[in-house]
Design a protein around this ligand. Structure first.
Ligand code: G3P
Ligand code: CA
Length: 240
């Protein structure tokens, strides 16, 4: 079963920081998951929320600040004082770290209340510059963004994210034959997702931090999981 470190090794390090990605890069796991937003000066940065309030000592929307302004804030000490000084990473910096490893990198395109015009093109450019086209997966809750990515780079794996089950996966797939599906745990054991698994479509599930959940998902035949505790889950799977 594939294991992806969700927002990096986020149970032990501040999520979506270089510290979390460096720790994940040392693990023998499938890959990492990260979230991207766009700054006022159109830099692709790695952060989960559209605002910096929860994960830094600053306040405000990413879209309203330049990269230089964002770099002034601390993205580590909210998690633990020992991480004081962690800066918001750019996508280019994270990709650079993984050039030297074999990990897959799942880039989740965020949109939330805003749609970042041209985010897909900018993200793809960063991936091409890093020479990592064969090791990335593009995903989003915004299925239009995933479709646009599929149009720009059909050879790269893409996955719409489903927080809930949908009634008719066959119908959905006539609209958009995505290469993979990323699904919330609550939505997995539903007929449309189980049918997709039976058809051989890779299904990956978030966010899985408990052994009981891993056992259920292995029995269902899911391709992979996103976890905040990659080391512990890897250990569990080795023992089983
Ligand atoms: O991509 C799976 C998962 O990361 C989606 O949820 O809120 O953690 O970005 P979230
Ligand atoms: Ca995510």
């Amino acid at each position: 079963m594939q294991i992806f470190a969700h927002r990096g090794y986020s149970s032990k390090y501040p999520e979506n920081t270089m510290a979390a990605f460096k720790a994940a890069a040392k693990l023998d796991i499938t890959g990492v998951e990260l979230d991207v937003h766009l700054t006022k000066d159109r830099e692709v940065v790695v952060i989960h929320d559209e605002k910096i309030n929860r994960t830094s000592n600053g306040k405000g929307y990413v879209k309203d600040m330049t990269l230089k302004e964002l770099r002034k804030f601390d993205f580590g000490s909210w998690f633990h004082p020992k991480f004081l000084g962690e800066k918001i990473p750019t996508l280019a910096e994270v990709l650079d770290l993984f050039k030297g490893t074999r990990h897959l990198i799942n880039i989740e395109l965020k949109s939330d209340k805003f749609v970042y015009a041209g985010l897909e093109e900018l993200v793809l450019k960063e991936v091409e510059n890093a020479g990592l086209k064969d090791r990335v997966i593009f995903s989003s809750f915004d299925h239009e963004a995933v479709k646009r990515m599929a149009g720009l780079a059909p050879e790269i794996e893409n996955a719409p994210i489903f927080p809930y089950s949908i009634l008719n996966m066959k119908w959905y797939r006539t609209l958009f034959p995505a290469k993979a599906l990323h699904v919330a745990y609550r939505a997995v054991a539903r007929r449309p997702v189980l049918e997709a698994i039976r058809e051989g479509i890779p299904v990956r599930v978030y966010t899985i931090n408990k052994k009981e959940q891993v056992d259920v998902l292995r029995n269902l035949g899911v391709e992979g999981i996103f976890t905040d505790c990659p080391e512990e889950i890897k250990g569990m799977l080795k023992q089983a």
